[in-house]
Structure formats: C-alpha cells, structure tokens
Design a protein around this ligand. Structure first.
Ligand code: TPP
Ligand code: MG
Length: 798
C-alpha cells in the first residue's frame, strides 16, 4: 500500500500531466489555424486516462514492462515523458507538426521511449499479448539470463474493444497459456460518435473470465466508497449502478446543481439520502459523482498491486469520464472537442499555472519541485535506463543450400520447404534463432519438414499421440519448450501480430529472432492492416506466401490473389520478391535473413542500386505451388547480385530486338515459350526475369530523385537493364497478378509497353485453362507482341 506522501506526489504528477497534455493540444492549434487539421480529439480522450497512466507509470510499472498506449492518450504519455526528462518542450510545442511529438505514440517516429506504436485501434492491444508469448518463447530457451520478465500492458479505449482482432488474439492467448499481460480498459462509455451500450462491462467480465483472465472492475473511487458507508449510501450506490451511461455522462457535463436536482428527484427521501446530498456543496457533489474508480489513485493502485502479485493475465475495467477534469467532461460530442481560449484560461487558473510558466515542469504543484523530480526519477519505470535493448546480428551463411535441379519440376513453395529443411539439419546459431509460425497452414505451406526436425513450441511438453500410438504419419506434432514453430489458429490477424512481436524481440527482449510466417497469399489482405502495423513498428520478419495468383486454379476465384504484388511494392518497410526458380529463392532468402537484421543509418542510399538497403526491413516472398522445370546453371556472384537487385536478362536483347518480354514469378514457362516461338520470326528478342518488381521500382524512383537532387550520374538497376533495349523496341510484361506490377517498365526509358496480368476474379480450371482465359499464356504474350511491334506475322500460334 502506498503512503499518504506517495499519494500526494502522484496527485501532483497527475495534475501536471493533465495540464501539460491539454496545453500541448491547445498549442498545436497553430496547425488548425493554418487550416491544416482537426486538432481536437485528444483533449477529452487523454484526460480520461490521466489518473490511470499516472498510477501505472509512477506507481506500478517496472523497467522491463512494456506498454501500448491508447492512441488518443498520446499527449498524456508525452507529458509524463517530458516530466521524466525524456521528451523536449520543443517537440511538445510542435505536437502533430513536422518533427514534433506524434499524435499517436510511435516507436519509430517518437523519441521518448514508446514501446509499441498505436493508432489503428485494436492492434496495439493484441500486440501486447503476442509480445508476452514471445517473452515466454525467449525465456524457455534460457535466453532471459538475469533479465527480469516484463509485463505487457495495453491501455485501451472501451470502443476500441469492438475491434475483432482483440478477440482473435484472446483465443490464441488462452491456447498458449498467456501470462504477464494486463489490459486496462478506459471505460468512459464513450466512443468517437456517441455513448456506448449499457452493460458492456458484464459481457467483458464473462468473456475474459471464460478465457482464464482475472477481471478487476474498478468502478468506485475512495470518496464514493466513503459516501456509500454513510447512512443512505447504499441507495446512492444502487442509483449509480442503475444510471444509464448517457445520463451519467450528461450529468457530469452539467455539474453539481444538475446532480443535486436529479438525485433529489429520484432518491431524495427527506431522510438519510437527502442528508447525504445536503451535506455537500454543489462542487463537492460533482466531485463525489465524478470520483469513479478510474479517476481515483488509491482505487487504481489497490487494483494494480493486487494483480501484480501473480502472473495471470488481467483485464481492468476502469470506470472513467471522458474529458475528466476539463469543461468538456462527459459531453457526447467531446471526442473532437477542444477547449476554447476562455475555457483554457479558466483551466489555467484552476491548475495554478502562472501565465508564461505553462511549460515549467512543476508549476503550481503542492509538493516542492525537487522532491517531485526526485520521486519521479526514482520510480522503477523512469529510473530504469536503456529500456530499449539491442541484440547482435546472427551470422547468416554465405549461401543457403537448395535442391539441385533434377528430372522432376518443383515449385518455389517446395523449394522453400527443402531450403528450410536443410537449415533445420544444421547445428548452428542461425538455425536456432529461426522461429516459424503459421495460421493453420503449416503443412500446406511446406513448413512440415522444418517442424518435423525442430518441433512445435509450448511451455509444457506435449507428445504427439499419433506417434506414441505408433500410427504412421508424415509429420511429427510434438510440443516442447524447445520447439521452434508457433502453431496458430486460422486467424491471419494473429499471424501478423505474432510476426510483429517476434520481429521486435531484439529490442524488447534483447534476443534476436529470425521469424518466418507462412500464409496463403490471398489472405494477406485479410490482415493487411496488421501487416502495415508490423512494418510501421519496424518489426523484422520474413513473410512467405503461397499459393499466389491463379496457380491454385482449381480452387477458384476465392483463393486467387491479384493485388498482392502491388501490396509488396507499396508496403513501406517490406521488401518483396517473386522468384520463379528455386535457386533465385535461395538467394532471396539468404539476402532476407541478412536484410532483416540491418539497422543502418537511414540517410545514405546504396550508390549502385539507390535503394536504402542499409536500413533493412522485412521480407515478403510471393511463391507458387506450380512445379516448374528448374534451370541448370551455376549461381555466380553476378547472377546472385542481380537477383537481389530485382532482375536479370535471361536472354539479353540484341540490337535488332523489336520486342522484349519481362516476366515475374510462376509465368516464367509461358514467357520462355513465347520468346522461343517469336525467335523463329524475329531476331534478338530479349527476356527479362524480374525477381523483385518492388526493388526495381524503388531503385528507379530513388535514382530519379538523386538526379533531381544533384547526382546526375545516378542510375538504377532497372535503368541499366533497360539500357540494353533498343529504343524502338516494345516491352510486353507478364505476371500472375495485377498487370500494374510491371506496367511502369515502359516509362523507364520510354518504350512502348503492354502489361499482361490478371484483373478479374478467377474462374476455376486448370492453370493452363486460366492462363489462356486471362491471356497470360504464351499465345497471349505473342498477341500482345504482335500488336505492339507489327512486322512479319508471328507463326506457330496455337
Ligand atoms: C482501426 C481504426 N478505426 C477507426 C479509428 C478512428 N477512431 C479513433 S478513436 C475512435 C473511437 C475512440 O473511442 P474509445 O476507444 O472508447 O476511446 P475514447 O476516445 O473514448 O477514450 C475511433 C473510431 C482508428 N483510429 N482506428
Ligand atoms: Mg471510450
């Protein structure tokens, strides 16, 4: 239990934090005045959490704990960090401006020790759950050494709890025996638009209890508890419990006189209840009714301290009032509300802040500033320095072994399984640091051989019953704390959040993991926001997606991904490859394992490719289940480099070329066949293998930018490649995905261009049927070539 002095310090900090957060937003009005943005939204939403965050950060959290802060509480977070000396006044003054503190806490853009980015509601919440599972994974391997376990904490808006991804994660957490996770719900019963449904807390309570969580309901504050103990107090409590959310909010907004009238009308009894009310002035009555648990330091501290005695997951439902402590409190329209200058002035006076001293850290506090600073600096959380950890790079082998091309064609997906299988046989740190995960598609994405060797992860050993019963099965399915595969349920959202958590292990646990997630390519879109979120946090992982395009042809349109090549190009932080052959895949994977660990200076692009490769990022491999005959060739360093850079000439065009064909991925045989057939009538036709449209395009943009900015000789890889194409020639591109993926190639050097690809939902059929149907077969390529480059008619058309 905290001492009274302790509470006094916390109360001062809470008041300062509320003031500083409100002042920060008020100041950010320069943006609004410039007609730029709606700056509201934060004031009321932040105030809601001021007490909770003060109690947590200054009274409960310890250094290893990690927190995802509700997006709109960002000003409170920045204010706390400002008081602790980790945030500058300059950045607060420039809140929401270029280079200023971010509107939503950002791991990558803010400088004040943000653990998890938030913004897209729901995602930060689930991230904490997976982060805790990852901590258990690291711990099971004995890698925690002498470091203490952290608790993963999410501060959540009650409307945020509508996000389905939270419940998908809840199920997964239960399956894996989640520990050390706290979710603190700011139960202000308001969303952006309105007041939330009655009785939601009961639903939360039963749901969380069902999944093995402790549920703490922090409903009443100390003043209320004391009043309930007075004669008539139980009647008041019963009234509070009955009062609809809308009405409670409205009365909070209206204040003491309105409370008195309503309470007198409804429960006034000329006896003890009336005395209880009459004993209090209007202001005192308003204070009493506003004293919900979420605004009461002792009530919050008691709830947190109780939960801190064990490691079970706990959800706290903290009753609050949106905008508490501000004149906006309780009004249903307050989400975008902003205090006007007169209100701000009144608030300044009430907060004891002298004009011109608004930014003084301890202005107007009851306790002496030095003591407050010493107290804050000495809290376990703010006293812990170097919370953001690092981990050394894991050595990646120079080359990854891949199956030699044999008589039987194989797909990139099969190749992926075999490459991983080879890694699994090694006894190396590299192999030990890989962790794989898949949403119920482990076997069907070819992770089976890896899992056979490396096992599934669980905190407790679980034998494969089929194996124990000696029933023949291709796959061993044994769980142990040493397993290196986290099997997830079918929800793709969890895959990406798990990758996000695994991919931050080096900074959160100080232990580097090399996470690989497999998924069906079309279902990337199911969790595209989670993917974006993981990249935004700068998590590092390898995403391996099959089947792609129409290659799962007989399964129909539902499983055919058209847009994913464009996702691969457009997603910041994600470097995408679509190799056609297994030797290319081995090169791309080798590069990927290295790239995932890079952490260089963001400013200097590579002078050969103009890519920002030094910074590293995550990797997306768009693979196929279509078996292809493999080229028999030596992997020279030059070829490997071109594969990484994004493309190479499978057949270089000659000076008389009228057409070149550029392809990416599983349509390689069609492109090769078309070029072969054209070659009988036309000379010098070129064939460009594009292994990464993403990297070719990014390098091209960057080289143009560099030339515009005074480096006239900057040249991108794609510019060098297409420099070999005669200016009169046309380019036909083909991809089993959206044609825009390669359609820009014509713009690089001003060649005529026809981009073939898939634009409409798929039919069922064989691959051959569908490639013909969409015109991405050899005939389709020939037709396009003929139309673009008329000349002698092309023969040998089917
Ligand atoms: C995925 C997503 N959808 C919509 C929004 C826009 N949005 C921001 S806050 C909010 C509602 C906030 O309500 P609540 O979670 O209860 O927080 P409060 O403001 O009441 O504290 C909405 C809809 C968002 N940020 N992310
Ligand atoms: Mg709310």
């Amino acid at each position: 239990m905290k001492t009274d002095a302790h509470l006094e310090y916390l109360a001062d900090i809470e008041r300062r934090v509320l003031w500083l957060a409100s002042w920060t937003i008020h100041n950010a009005n320069h943006l609004r005045e410039a007609g730029e943005v709606k700056v509201g939204g934060h004031q009321a939403s932040s105030a809601s959490l001021a007490t909770i965050m003060t109690a947590l950060y200054c009274g409960v959290l310890r250094g290893p704990d990690r927190v995802a802060v509700k997006p709109h509480a960002s000003p409170i977070f920045h204010a706390l960090q400002y008081l602790a000396g980790n945030q500058t006044r300059e950045k607060l003054e420039n809140f929401r401006g270029l280079g200023g503190a971010q509107s939503y806490p950002s791991r990558t853009k803010d400088t004040d020790d943000v653990d998890f980015s938030t913004g897209s509601v729901g995602l930060g919440v689930a991230q904490t759950l997976f982060s805790s599972l990852v901590q258990d994974y690291v711990r099971s391997r004995g890698w925690m050494k002498d470091r203490h376990e952290g608790r993963m904490v999410a501060l959540i808006g009650d409307a945020e709890m509508d996000e389905g991804n939270i419940y998908e994660a809840l199920i997964e957490g239960w399956k894996h025996g989640l520990r050390n996770c706290w979710w603190v719900v700011d139960y202000n019963r308001q969303s952006l638009d309105a007041v939330v449904r009655e009785g939601l807390w009961e639903k939360f309570e039963t749901m969380f209890a069902n999944f093995g969580w402790d549920v703490a309901i922090v409903k009443y504050g100390t003043l209320q508890e004391a009043a309930f103990a007075e004669p008539g107090g139980e009647t008041l409590r019963a009234w509070i419990d009955r009062c609809p959310n809308q009405l409670y909010s409205a009365l909070v907004f209206q204040g003491g006189a309105a409370w008195r009238k309503r309470l007198t009308d409804e429960i006034g009894d000329q006896g003890p209840v009336s005395r209880l009310l009459e004993k209090r002035s209007d202001a005192e009555l308003a204070e009493l009714m506003g004293n919900l648990g979420g605004h009461d330091l002792p009530a919050l501290l008691a709830a947190f301290e109780k939960a801190a005695t064990h490691d079970r997951p706990c959800v706290f439902i903290c009753y609050t009032i949106k905008g508490f402590g501000l004149p906006l409190a309780g009004h249903k329209d307050n989400h975008a509300g902003l205090m006007n200058p007169a209100q701000m002035e009144a608030f300044r006076q009430a907060a004891n802040v002298r004009p011109g001293h608004e930014w003084d850290k301890w202005e107007g506090t009851k306790q002496p500033p030095e003591k407050l600073q010493a107290f804050l600096d000495g809290t376990p959380f703010f006293g812990a320095h170097g919370r953001r950890l690092t981990a050394p790079r894991v050595e990646v082998p120079e080359t990854l072994a891949y199956p030699a091309p044999g008589a039987k064609p194989i797909s990139t997906q099969m190749g992926f399984g075999q490459i991983l299988n080879e890694i699994a046989r090694e006894n190396s740190e590299f192999a030990d640091r890989i962790v794989t995960t898949a949403p119920d598609v482990t076997v069907s994405t070819n992770l089976g051989p890896w899992v056979n060797r490396r096992g599934l992860f669980a905190r407790e050993k679980m034998a494969d019953i089929f194996k124990a019963e000696r029933i023949p099965s291709t796959y061993a399915w044994s769980f142990s704390p040493q397993g290196q595969h986290l099997e997830l349920g079918i929800a793709e959202s969890n895959l990406f959040l798990a990758l996000s958590a695994f991919g931050l292990s080096h900074t959160i646990n100080g232990e580097r993991l090399l996470p690989i997630g497999t998924v069906y390519d079309p279902f990337i879109l199911r969790a595209a926001d989670q993917l974006n979120y993981a990249c935004y946090q700068d998590a590092r992982f390898m995403l391996v997606a099959t089947p792609s395009g129409v290659t799962l042809a007989p399964e129909g349109g539902a499983h055919q991904s058209i847009a994913t090549p464009l996702v691969g190009m457009a997603q910041d932080g994600l470097c995408a490859f679509e190799p056609a052959f297994v030797d290319e895949l081995a090169v791309a994977m080798r590069f990927g394992f290295d790239y995932m660990q890079r952490d260089g200076d963001k400013s200097e692009p590579d002078k050969r490719t103009w890519l920002r490769d030094d910074t590293g990022g995550s990797i997306y491999l768009r693979l196929s289940t279509r078996p292809l005959e493999q080229p028999k060739r030596a992997m020279t360093p030059e070829l490997a480099r071109s594969i990484v850079d994004g493309g190479y000439w499978l057949r270089k065009p000659g000076p008389n070329a009228s057409v070149v064909v550029a392809y990416s991925g599983a349509v390689a045989p069609e492109a090769i066949e078309a070029v072969g057939r054209m070659g009988e009538d036309r000379r010098d036709i070129g064939l460009l293998a594009v292994t990464s449209a993403d990297r070719l395009h990014a390098g091209w943009s960057a080289a143009q930018r560099a030339r515009e900015n005074g480096s006239p000789h900057a040249q991108a890889h794609v510019e060098r490649l297409l420099g070999d194409v005669p200016s009169g020639a046309a380019i036909v591109s083909v991809v089993d995905g959206h044609p825009a993926t390669l359609a820009w190639l014509g713009a690089v050097n001003g060649h005529r261009m026809r981009a073939l690809g898939v634009e409409h939902f798929g039919q069922t059929g064989t691959i051959a049927d569908l490639y013909r149907h969409y015109g991405i077969d050899a005939d389709g390529i020939l037709r396009a070539a003929e139309a673009l480059a008329p000349g002698r008619p092309l023969r040998h058309r089917a």
